[in-house]
Design a protein around this ligand. Structure first.
Ligand code: FEO
Length: 171
């Protein structure tokens, strides 16, 4: 049984995950337009993962016989600049998502909703991984510069990313 406050915050999280998917898709489209196909592929896979994140919360609400209230997804606020500037925006965005997940964890503790508290642990781990991945890419761009040759190599590496659905083991 999920209380009203937890239900509301989980519904908001579904929206945030789908907004994230839109953000990465917008980024993917732009990066493909400027010929950075590897960066574009990386962002497209990231968008797919964000949809998974939203779906996991959606399915959790259903399993808990709780109402799902889908809200409209905003147009992404992405300033199209250099790949480094885009990744800086993405890193900031992921930090806000981590804050949302932390807020869910705090709320479930305050409301003694131990099942949702346990459920949200997977997202806490996922955010550590996401922030780390994005920060590593940013560091590479800062360390090796954004000259064409280094950008080409990073683009090649990012283009090798493969999508695989990853879900919590209890979902
Ligand atoms: Fe689903 Fe990138 O957080």
């Amino acid at each position: 049984m999920i209380g009203e406050n937890v239900k509301e915050i989980l519904n908001e999280q579904i929206n945030k995950e789908f907004y994230s998917a839109y953000l990465y898709l917008a980024m993917s489209g732009y990066l493909s337009e400027i010929g950075l196909y590897g960066f574009s592929r990386w962002a497209e896979i990231q968008a797919r993962e964000e949809i998974d994140h939203g779906m996991i919360v959606f399915e959790y609400l259903i399993r808990q016989n709780s109402r799902t209230e889908l809200k409209g997804v905003e147009t992404p606020k992405l300033k199209f600049g250099s790949p480094q500037e885009i990744f800086e925006q993405i890193y900031e965005h992921e930090k806000t998502i981590t804050e949302s997940i932390n807020n869910i964890a705090k709320l479930t503790e305050n409301e003694c909703d131990l099942a949702t508290r346990k459920f949200i642990d997977w997202y806490l781990d996922e955010q550590i991984e996401e922030e780390d991945n994005i920060h590593r890419i940013l560091k590479k761009m800062k360390n090796f510069g954004t000259e064409k040759a280094s950008l080409y190599l990073i683009d090649k590496e990012l283009g090798e990313r493969k999508y695989s659905a990853h879900f919590p083991t209890n979902s």
